[in-house]
Design a protein around this ligand. Structure first.
Ligand SMILES: NC(=O)c1ccc[n+]([C@@H]2O[C@H](COP(=O)([O-])OP(=O)(O)OC[C@H]3O[C@@H](n4cnc5c(N)ncnc54)[C@H](OP(=O)(O)O)[C@@H]3O)[C@@H](O)[C@H]2O)c1
Length: 298
Protein backbone atom coordinates (compact mmCIF):
# COMPACT_ATOMS: atom_id res chain seq x y z
CA UNK A 1 0.00 0.00 0.00
CA UNK A 2 1.07 3.60 -0.68
CA UNK A 3 0.90 6.23 2.06
CA UNK A 4 0.32 9.61 0.42
CA UNK A 5 1.28 12.43 2.79
CA UNK A 6 -0.02 15.92 1.99
CA UNK A 7 -3.00 14.55 0.06
CA UNK A 8 -4.97 17.80 0.31
CA UNK A 9 -2.33 20.04 -1.31
CA UNK A 10 -2.10 20.91 -5.00
CA UNK A 11 0.10 17.98 -6.01
CA UNK A 12 -1.22 15.60 -3.35
CA UNK A 13 -4.80 16.01 -4.62
CA UNK A 14 -3.70 15.20 -8.16
CA UNK A 15 -1.86 12.07 -7.03
CA UNK A 16 -4.82 10.94 -4.90
CA UNK A 17 -7.19 11.31 -7.86
CA UNK A 18 -4.83 9.37 -10.13
CA UNK A 19 -4.33 6.54 -7.63
CA UNK A 20 -8.10 6.28 -7.18
CA UNK A 21 -8.63 6.21 -10.94
CA UNK A 22 -5.98 3.50 -11.40
CA UNK A 23 -7.31 1.44 -8.49
CA UNK A 24 -3.99 1.58 -6.64
CA UNK A 25 -4.48 1.02 -2.89
CA UNK A 26 -3.38 3.98 -0.82
CA UNK A 27 -4.04 5.88 2.39
CA UNK A 28 -3.90 9.67 2.28
CA UNK A 29 -3.22 12.02 5.16
CA UNK A 30 -2.64 15.74 5.52
CA UNK A 31 -2.47 18.00 8.58
CA UNK A 32 -4.33 15.46 10.76
CA UNK A 33 -1.14 13.38 10.82
CA UNK A 34 1.45 16.05 11.61
CA UNK A 35 4.74 15.24 9.90
CA UNK A 36 6.67 17.28 12.46
CA UNK A 37 5.48 14.93 15.20
CA UNK A 38 7.12 11.52 14.87
CA UNK A 39 4.70 9.94 17.36
CA UNK A 40 1.80 10.96 15.17
CA UNK A 41 3.43 9.31 12.12
CA UNK A 42 4.18 6.14 14.09
CA UNK A 43 0.64 5.98 15.47
CA UNK A 44 -0.75 6.21 11.94
CA UNK A 45 1.52 3.40 10.74
CA UNK A 46 0.51 1.17 13.64
CA UNK A 47 -3.18 1.61 12.82
CA UNK A 48 -2.82 0.31 9.25
CA UNK A 49 -4.02 -3.18 8.47
CA UNK A 50 -2.15 -3.41 5.17
CA UNK A 51 1.64 -3.04 5.08
CA UNK A 52 2.94 0.26 3.69
CA UNK A 53 5.53 -0.29 0.97
CA UNK A 54 5.82 3.28 -0.38
CA UNK A 55 5.50 6.71 1.21
CA UNK A 56 5.00 9.72 -1.05
CA UNK A 57 5.59 13.02 0.71
CA UNK A 58 3.90 16.09 -0.78
CA UNK A 59 3.49 17.91 2.54
CA UNK A 60 5.68 20.98 2.82
CA UNK A 61 5.89 24.62 3.80
CA UNK A 62 5.41 26.21 0.37
CA UNK A 63 4.81 29.91 1.13
CA UNK A 64 8.10 31.13 -0.33
CA UNK A 65 7.83 34.78 0.79
CA UNK A 66 6.32 34.07 4.21
CA UNK A 67 9.14 31.63 4.92
CA UNK A 68 11.60 34.53 5.22
CA UNK A 69 9.87 35.67 8.45
CA UNK A 70 8.91 32.20 9.60
CA UNK A 71 12.15 30.28 9.16
CA UNK A 72 11.69 28.05 12.19
CA UNK A 73 8.28 26.72 11.15
CA UNK A 74 9.49 26.36 7.58
CA UNK A 75 12.48 24.31 8.73
CA UNK A 76 10.32 22.11 10.96
CA UNK A 77 8.07 21.28 8.02
CA UNK A 78 10.65 21.03 5.24
CA UNK A 79 13.51 19.39 7.15
CA UNK A 80 12.37 17.73 10.42
CA UNK A 81 9.12 16.52 8.83
CA UNK A 82 10.77 14.75 5.87
CA UNK A 83 13.47 13.37 8.22
CA UNK A 84 10.72 11.89 10.44
CA UNK A 85 8.90 10.45 7.43
CA UNK A 86 12.07 8.88 6.03
CA UNK A 87 13.04 7.38 9.40
CA UNK A 88 9.55 5.93 9.95
CA UNK A 89 9.55 4.50 6.42
CA UNK A 90 12.95 2.91 7.03
CA UNK A 91 11.63 1.23 10.20
CA UNK A 92 8.93 -0.55 8.24
CA UNK A 93 11.02 -1.25 5.12
CA UNK A 94 9.10 1.24 2.97
CA UNK A 95 10.58 3.31 0.15
CA UNK A 96 10.12 7.08 0.00
CA UNK A 97 9.32 9.51 -2.77
CA UNK A 98 9.94 13.05 -1.58
CA UNK A 99 9.15 16.13 -3.67
CA UNK A 100 11.69 18.93 -3.91
CA UNK A 101 12.22 22.04 -5.97
CA UNK A 102 14.29 24.10 -8.39
CA UNK A 103 14.70 26.58 -5.50
CA UNK A 104 17.63 24.47 -4.22
CA UNK A 105 19.64 26.26 -6.95
CA UNK A 106 20.54 29.95 -7.04
CA UNK A 107 19.06 30.48 -10.51
CA UNK A 108 22.27 31.74 -12.07
CA UNK A 109 22.46 28.58 -14.17
CA UNK A 110 25.56 26.60 -15.02
CA UNK A 111 27.74 27.80 -17.86
CA UNK A 112 29.72 25.38 -20.01
CA UNK A 113 31.16 25.61 -23.53
CA UNK A 114 27.68 25.73 -25.05
CA UNK A 115 26.59 28.61 -22.81
CA UNK A 116 24.12 28.42 -19.95
CA UNK A 117 22.66 24.92 -19.56
CA UNK A 118 19.82 23.36 -17.51
CA UNK A 119 20.67 22.19 -13.99
CA UNK A 120 21.62 18.55 -13.57
CA UNK A 121 20.92 16.54 -10.43
CA UNK A 122 24.54 16.63 -9.29
CA UNK A 123 25.11 20.35 -9.87
CA UNK A 124 26.00 22.25 -6.72
CA UNK A 125 22.99 23.53 -4.83
CA UNK A 126 23.04 27.10 -3.55
CA UNK A 127 19.63 28.21 -2.31
CA UNK A 128 19.02 31.95 -2.07
CA UNK A 129 16.13 31.98 0.42
CA UNK A 130 14.76 30.20 3.47
CA UNK A 131 12.34 28.02 1.48
CA UNK A 132 15.04 26.78 -0.90
CA UNK A 133 17.52 26.25 1.91
CA UNK A 134 15.08 24.16 3.94
CA UNK A 135 14.03 22.15 0.88
CA UNK A 136 17.70 21.42 0.14
CA UNK A 137 18.31 20.35 3.75
CA UNK A 138 15.14 18.26 3.56
CA UNK A 139 16.55 16.33 0.60
CA UNK A 140 19.71 15.58 2.58
CA UNK A 141 17.69 14.55 5.64
CA UNK A 142 15.53 12.14 3.63
CA UNK A 143 18.49 10.41 1.99
CA UNK A 144 20.37 10.20 5.31
CA UNK A 145 17.40 8.68 7.14
CA UNK A 146 16.35 6.31 4.37
CA UNK A 147 18.71 5.67 1.46
CA UNK A 148 15.86 3.81 -0.30
CA UNK A 149 14.40 7.13 -1.37
CA UNK A 150 13.72 9.06 -4.53
CA UNK A 151 13.90 12.84 -4.41
CA UNK A 152 12.01 14.35 -7.32
CA UNK A 153 12.77 18.02 -7.94
CA UNK A 154 10.14 19.87 -9.91
CA UNK A 155 9.20 23.49 -10.70
CA UNK A 156 6.40 25.88 -11.67
CA UNK A 157 3.59 23.46 -10.76
CA UNK A 158 -0.05 24.04 -11.60
CA UNK A 159 -3.11 21.82 -11.42
CA UNK A 160 -6.84 21.71 -10.85
CA UNK A 161 -6.54 22.18 -7.08
CA UNK A 162 -5.24 25.12 -5.07
CA UNK A 163 -3.77 28.50 -5.86
CA UNK A 164 -1.42 28.52 -8.79
CA UNK A 165 -0.26 30.74 -11.63
CA UNK A 166 -2.75 29.42 -14.21
CA UNK A 167 -5.77 29.97 -11.94
CA UNK A 168 -4.51 33.44 -11.00
CA UNK A 169 -3.97 34.41 -14.64
CA UNK A 170 -7.43 33.21 -15.70
CA UNK A 171 -9.02 35.22 -12.90
CA UNK A 172 -7.02 38.40 -13.59
CA UNK A 173 -7.48 38.19 -17.36
CA UNK A 174 -11.25 37.94 -16.87
CA UNK A 175 -11.20 40.95 -14.53
CA UNK A 176 -8.68 43.40 -15.97
CA UNK A 177 -7.99 45.13 -19.27
CA UNK A 178 -4.23 44.88 -18.84
CA UNK A 179 -1.79 42.85 -16.75
CA UNK A 180 1.98 42.89 -16.39
CA UNK A 181 3.94 39.67 -15.99
CA UNK A 182 7.63 39.22 -15.25
CA UNK A 183 9.80 38.45 -18.23
CA UNK A 184 13.15 37.87 -16.52
CA UNK A 185 12.59 34.51 -14.82
CA UNK A 186 12.91 31.41 -16.97
CA UNK A 187 11.61 27.94 -16.14
CA UNK A 188 9.36 25.09 -17.20
CA UNK A 189 5.65 25.09 -16.32
CA UNK A 190 4.68 21.66 -15.03
CA UNK A 191 1.22 20.11 -14.96
CA UNK A 192 0.73 18.36 -11.61
CA UNK A 193 -1.07 15.51 -13.40
CA UNK A 194 2.04 14.76 -15.51
CA UNK A 195 4.12 14.69 -12.34
CA UNK A 196 1.57 12.41 -10.63
CA UNK A 197 1.80 9.99 -13.57
CA UNK A 198 5.58 10.11 -13.40
CA UNK A 199 5.54 9.21 -9.70
CA UNK A 200 3.29 6.23 -10.41
CA UNK A 201 5.73 5.10 -13.13
CA UNK A 202 8.60 5.33 -10.64
CA UNK A 203 6.68 3.13 -8.21
CA UNK A 204 5.82 0.62 -10.91
CA UNK A 205 9.37 0.49 -12.27
CA UNK A 206 11.57 1.22 -9.31
CA UNK A 207 10.45 -1.48 -6.90
CA UNK A 208 13.90 -2.75 -6.05
CA UNK A 209 16.02 0.35 -6.59
CA UNK A 210 17.94 -1.43 -9.36
CA UNK A 211 16.09 -0.42 -12.52
CA UNK A 212 15.88 3.07 -11.17
CA UNK A 213 18.65 3.73 -8.67
CA UNK A 214 17.56 5.64 -5.58
CA UNK A 215 18.63 9.28 -5.39
CA UNK A 216 17.75 12.64 -6.90
CA UNK A 217 15.86 13.16 -10.19
CA UNK A 218 14.49 16.19 -12.04
CA UNK A 219 11.05 16.34 -13.60
CA UNK A 220 9.21 19.22 -15.31
CA UNK A 221 7.33 19.51 -18.59
CA UNK A 222 9.53 19.98 -21.69
CA UNK A 223 10.49 23.44 -22.89
CA UNK A 224 11.40 26.58 -21.03
CA UNK A 225 9.94 30.05 -21.09
CA UNK A 226 9.41 33.13 -18.92
CA UNK A 227 6.31 33.77 -16.79
CA UNK A 228 5.34 36.38 -19.41
CA UNK A 229 5.50 33.78 -22.20
CA UNK A 230 3.43 31.45 -20.05
CA UNK A 231 0.83 34.16 -19.42
CA UNK A 232 0.58 34.89 -23.16
CA UNK A 233 -0.07 31.21 -23.91
CA UNK A 234 -2.65 30.98 -21.10
CA UNK A 235 -4.36 34.00 -22.62
CA UNK A 236 -4.23 32.58 -26.17
CA UNK A 237 -5.53 29.15 -25.22
CA UNK A 238 -7.94 30.61 -22.66
CA UNK A 239 -9.54 32.91 -25.26
CA UNK A 240 -9.76 30.12 -27.83
CA UNK A 241 -11.44 27.75 -25.37
CA UNK A 242 -13.81 30.40 -23.97
CA UNK A 243 -12.20 30.35 -20.51
CA UNK A 244 -11.38 34.05 -20.90
CA UNK A 245 -14.34 36.05 -22.13
CA UNK A 246 -12.85 39.53 -22.62
CA UNK A 247 -9.78 41.20 -24.07
CA UNK A 248 -6.78 41.71 -21.81
CA UNK A 249 -3.41 43.13 -22.79
CA UNK A 250 -0.55 41.03 -21.42
CA UNK A 251 2.60 43.13 -20.97
CA UNK A 252 6.13 42.11 -19.93
CA UNK A 253 7.84 43.65 -16.92
CA UNK A 254 10.92 43.14 -14.74
CA UNK A 255 10.90 41.30 -11.39
CA UNK A 256 12.14 44.53 -9.81
CA UNK A 257 8.68 46.01 -10.45
CA UNK A 258 7.23 43.50 -7.97
CA UNK A 259 9.06 43.97 -4.68
CA UNK A 260 9.16 40.60 -2.90
CA UNK A 261 10.68 39.41 0.36
CA UNK A 262 12.77 36.84 -1.43
CA UNK A 263 14.50 36.75 -4.79
CA UNK A 264 13.21 34.09 -7.18
CA UNK A 265 15.75 32.07 -9.18
CA UNK A 266 16.12 33.78 -12.58
CA UNK A 267 16.99 30.54 -14.37
CA UNK A 268 15.10 27.50 -13.09
CA UNK A 269 15.47 25.12 -15.97
CA UNK A 270 16.08 21.51 -14.91
CA UNK A 271 17.80 18.86 -17.03
CA UNK A 272 15.54 15.79 -17.19
CA UNK A 273 17.85 13.38 -19.05
CA UNK A 274 18.36 11.19 -15.96
CA UNK A 275 14.66 10.39 -15.38
CA UNK A 276 13.98 10.06 -19.12
CA UNK A 277 16.77 7.53 -19.51
CA UNK A 278 15.91 5.63 -16.34
CA UNK A 279 12.21 5.27 -17.19
CA UNK A 280 12.59 5.34 -20.99
CA UNK A 281 9.94 8.02 -21.25
CA UNK A 282 9.13 11.09 -23.32
CA UNK A 283 7.88 14.11 -21.39
CA UNK A 284 5.07 16.24 -22.86
CA UNK A 285 5.81 19.86 -23.73
CA UNK A 286 4.39 22.58 -21.48
CA UNK A 287 2.08 23.89 -24.26
CA UNK A 288 0.50 20.50 -24.90
CA UNK A 289 0.03 19.80 -21.21
CA UNK A 290 -1.55 23.23 -20.69
CA UNK A 291 -4.10 22.42 -23.41
CA UNK A 292 -4.81 19.00 -21.87
CA UNK A 293 -5.28 20.67 -18.49
CA UNK A 294 -7.68 23.23 -19.97
CA UNK A 295 -9.64 20.59 -21.86
CA UNK A 296 -9.79 18.22 -18.87
CA UNK A 297 -7.79 15.37 -20.45
CA UNK A 298 -7.19 13.46 -17.22
N1 LIG B 1 3.85 24.59 -6.12
C1 LIG B 1 4.95 24.65 -6.86
O1 LIG B 1 5.06 25.42 -7.83
C2 LIG B 1 6.11 23.74 -6.52
C3 LIG B 1 7.28 23.85 -7.31
C4 LIG B 1 8.35 23.01 -7.03
C5 LIG B 1 8.27 22.09 -5.99
N2 LIG B 1 7.14 22.03 -5.23
C6 LIG B 1 7.10 21.04 -4.13
O2 LIG B 1 6.05 20.13 -4.41
C7 LIG B 1 5.48 19.65 -3.19
C8 LIG B 1 3.98 19.84 -3.23
O3 LIG B 1 3.71 21.23 -3.40
P1 LIG B 1 2.22 21.79 -3.41
O4 LIG B 1 2.25 23.06 -4.16
O5 LIG B 1 1.27 20.71 -3.78
O6 LIG B 1 2.06 22.16 -1.86
P2 LIG B 1 0.76 22.60 -1.05
O7 LIG B 1 -0.38 22.77 -1.98
O8 LIG B 1 1.17 23.72 -0.16
O9 LIG B 1 0.45 21.29 -0.17
C9 LIG B 1 1.16 20.96 0.98
C10 LIG B 1 0.20 20.23 1.92
O10 LIG B 1 0.89 19.90 3.13
C11 LIG B 1 0.02 20.18 4.21
N3 LIG B 1 0.73 20.34 5.47
C12 LIG B 1 1.21 21.50 6.00
N4 LIG B 1 1.76 21.26 7.21
C13 LIG B 1 1.63 19.93 7.44
C14 LIG B 1 2.00 19.09 8.53
N5 LIG B 1 2.65 19.56 9.61
N6 LIG B 1 1.72 17.77 8.45
C15 LIG B 1 1.08 17.27 7.36
N7 LIG B 1 0.70 18.02 6.32
C16 LIG B 1 0.98 19.34 6.35
C17 LIG B 1 -0.63 21.47 3.76
O11 LIG B 1 -1.74 21.82 4.55
P3 LIG B 1 -2.17 23.40 4.64
O12 LIG B 1 -2.57 23.79 3.25
O13 LIG B 1 -3.29 23.38 5.61
O14 LIG B 1 -0.96 24.14 5.10
C18 LIG B 1 -0.99 21.12 2.32
O15 LIG B 1 -2.20 20.38 2.24
C19 LIG B 1 6.20 20.42 -2.07
O16 LIG B 1 7.23 19.62 -1.59
C20 LIG B 1 6.79 21.63 -2.78
O17 LIG B 1 7.94 22.10 -2.12
C21 LIG B 1 6.07 22.83 -5.48
Amino acid sequence: MIWLIGNKGMLGTEIALLLEKCGVPFAGTDREVDITDKASLTAFIQKQEKPISWVINCAAYTAVDKAEDDAETCRRLNVSGPANIAACAKNIGAKVIHISTDYVFDGKGVTDEGGIRPYREDDTTNPIGVYGLTKRDGEIAVLENNPDSYIIRTAWLYGRHGNNFVHTMLRLMNERDEIKVVDDQRGSPTWAFDLARLLLSVIKAGGDGKNIPFGIYHFTNEGNITWFDFAKEIYGQGRELGLITKNCLVKPCASAEYPAKVKRPAFSVLDKSKIKTALKIEIPSWEISLKEFFTGKY
